[in-house]
Design a protein around this ligand. Sequence first.
Ligand code: IPM
Ligand code: MG
Length: 376
Amino acid sequence: MVYKLVLLPGDGTGPEVMREAVKVLKAVEDSFGVSFETIPWPAGGQYYLDQGVEWPDGCYESCKAADAILLGAVGLPEAVLPSGDLAGIGVLFGLRFGLDLFANVRPTKLYPNVRHKVHDGFKQVWEPGKVDFVIVRENTEGLYTPTRGFLSRGGVDELAVDSRIITRKGAERIHRFAFELARTRKGAPADGKRRVTCVDKSNVTAGCRLFRKIYDEVAAGYPEVERDYAYIDAFLQWLMRSPEAYDVAVTSNMFGDIATDLAAVLQGGMGMAAGGNIGDAHAMFEPIHGSAPKHAGKDVVNPVAMILAAQMMLEWLGRRRRDPGLQEAAVAVEKAVGTVLAEGKVLTYDLGGSAKCSESGSAIAATVRRLATKGR
Ligand code: IPM
Ligand code: MG
């Protein structure tokens, strides 16, 4: 079986981290008896500057026909659409909405020997097992629903409106996704209990009241998973104070966007944070750090987020296709990342080391090969 993977390296440091993920996928091919056909497409801000559109004709269709999609990062400060949006966002939203990738899944895990980034000068190593939760963010509605606009009179923008839409369908499927995910996990680090925390602002907004009501309806079908509720403001505070209490948290689109960047601080920063945009039929995986143009071309950024995004892809595809080779590979890639971090010899600058992006990727790929040989 040859899996078709669309690669969208994109802008800034996107292509650099994508190269490292591809190295790791090559190691997977050589060691686990699986094959990938990689289909690269240019897309994003630079493509827009060169061609006047955000992605080429046929790119979306190619994504739709693929078994999975990997995205590096899109966006450059100088590439702005006439609407004022950064060029590249159309690629992200084109995939999220077009392919109905309704669950944005963002695991936050602190690996051994990695420092959290709560205070940069406070070089404390937390007990790693204490941070291991997943934020499941609704990805196709909420404040990101394209029901927005300006009221302009006489050429003056007088009013702007964004409507936040919460639907029964949207809430139901994201809650179900969160509970199903909780079933596959080991529970919260603090007490080993499987738990789904509904994060909302139902003390104020109608949409959140509906979101929570449907959470309760869905939760009734999962008696083995503990129910838990938090308002977004209090949740963020508790998340920083007691991350070990959380297992899976489910929330609406914009709250999830904000919460996941904050959560990345607990896992050693954006260089460690990966995410999956998952629907019933398609999925796209990406690091959540963005294109970081100031670091582009220097081979210095941390490729771990991108490699972990590829790891999530292997896991998703392996489960979906019931392919034991992919499933074993997913376990091995995560183990390889953990091993290289724990050894502490090949770390990029953000983790306190001086390794290059390419050295970090090579070390992880070599460790995948080593682990595979050992396992035989
Ligand atoms: C993310 C990003 C995007 C979002 C931006 C680039 C539109 O911040 O994936 O979290 O807001 O969803
Ligand atoms: Mg974001």
